[in-house]
Structures are given as structure tokens and as C-alpha cells.
Design a protein around this ligand. Sequence first.
Ligand code: ADE
Ligand code: ZN
Length: 325
Amino acid sequence: EVTKEFTANLPKAELHLHIEGTLEPELKLKLAQRNHIDIGQSTIEEVQKTYDYDDLASFLAVYYPAMNVLQKEEDFYELAFAYLKRAAANNVRHVEIFFDPQAHTSRGIAFETVINGLYRAVVDARALNVDAALIMCFLRDFSKESARKTLLEALPYKDKFIGIGLDSDEHNNPPLKFARQYEDAAAEGLHLTAHCDIDQKDSIEHIRQALEIMGVERLDHGTNIVEDPDLVQFAAKNQIGLTSCPLSNGFVSPEMKGKEILELLAQDVKVSLHSDDPAYFGGYIGDNYYQLADQFALTKEQVVQLAKNSFETSWISQEKKDIYL
Ligand code: ADE
Ligand code: ZN
């Protein structure tokens, strides 16, 4: 039987974590006060009442306005370091953190303010025994020109992030919209991943574009791939990582997609478990492991395999991977 203690103690790699999604109500209120930002709520209960969503769009409508409390480099540092302390407590040994520069530059915050604050926390995480790195995401509901500008703005900071991703509202925003940015990022030696959220209008077509045309190494979510046996075979053969987020799934769909995750495991696809936006979806990575294991009666072997997959599809050196595999 898989206990809470077992999932808590298991060494894990966190590969699907939006740093802006770790903004807990306490810190949100503290930063609002410090930066004199009126967010319309003044108690934790009031903030929690706004956490009312049942699909991706209604979630994002709560998520983006809250980011306004992040103004100074120190705010980004504090957000990231608070998360990294939680990661250490969840036995996360390695974390690849998504950040959304356009969610900040679009409201007048300088790119360097964002990345310098986050990166300083990444460096300081070494003292917590957590190996951390950053992945820059493009907002797919912004234009490809905006993504281009963001990539060019980011390249001088290339030593501070290891890859690119694609997130935000997927509806009518296919991966191919950003083909040029992916090609250029790959040529710069950056790693590639992209969100293919669950149960989208064009899930299979988006997964196909990301895998076959853009050459991503991982798919974030991506569990709809089970509907297409050829793509499942492609993912297994090419060791594509699928970063699934059970608690997040449960918010935007009637269930956590446990059946699909188990089916992918059985077909040797490198699926793994993560937390997406833990401050908004009710739990950090240990909770994601435990709740899925509990509700879908996972064996210890299955849980261990999911954790191994997280290290195997991470972007750490083979030398470091060997420690965990
Ligand atoms: N940004 C933060 N969380 C996200 C998710 N689950 N899907 C798309 N964009 C996001
Ligand atoms: Zn996500």
C-alpha cells in the first residue's frame, strides 16, 4: 500500500511547476501591501473565495490579475525562494521552473527584474540541497511577434535558463504558431517543451505538431495522446516525457486522468507527476503523488516508476541522473 509517508519520502524531480502558480494567499497579501497594490481582497479567506474555476480559461482569469503584486526583483526572489523551501520539504531534488516573462513585461516590469530575481533564488537553492533551473514560457494567446521579441530579449540571459515552453490559453493557439521561435531556441542549444493541455478542442493535432514538427522533448500534460496509438508509439520510442498534473486535471475536468496515466505507464511512455500551479490547485508535488496513488490504487512499483521517469526525462546531466535511476 502506498502511504502518504512513502510518497513524501520518495526523491522526486519537479518538471511542471509555474512559479507564478506558487503565489500563496499569504504572500499575495503581503506583497500587495508592500507594493501598495489594491487586489480587491484583504484577507486570506477573501483571496481563497476568488479561487473559483472549472476550466483553463476561468482559471487563467483569476491567475493573471494576481501577478500584479509582483513588482520588484526582490518580490520574484521571495516568491521563488519560498517555493524552493517547500520543494526541499517535499523531497524534490531537482526542479525545472516555468516562468512567464510576458505576464510581467506586458504590465511594465522589465525582463531583467523577473529573471534576476528568480535566478538568484535558483542559486540560493543549492544551500537547500535542491538543484534548480528555469524554463522560459511563451504565452500562446499572445502574438508570435511578441514571442519573438521575448526570445530576443531573453537571449542575453541564456546562461540563466535551460529551455523554452509554451503555456496559457491553448484554444485556437496551436504549437505551430511558434515554430520559428522553437527552431531558433533549439539552434541556441535550449531545450524544448510545450503544454498540450488536457481535453482541448484540437488536442491530438497539437500533440502531433509539437512532437513531429517542432521536436519537443517533453509534453506538459499531453495525456490525450492515449487516443492515438501511433503517437503513443512515437512517444515511447523517443522517450518523450509527459508531465501530468493530477490535482490540476481534477480542477479542469471531472477527474485526475488516472486511467490515462496508468495506460501510458503500461505502454512504457515516460509519464511523470507534477503540481502545475500548487497554490491554486490544492497541493504540492507530494499531494499529487499521494492523491493519485490513493484514488487509483497505484502499486509502489508504479509510483517509483513515475518518480524515475521524472529524473529520466529531466534536463540534468547523465551523471546526476545516474544518482537517482
Ligand atoms: N499557466 C499556468 N498553468 C497553466 C496550465 N495548466 N495550462 C496552461 N497555462 C498555464
Ligand atoms: Zn502548466
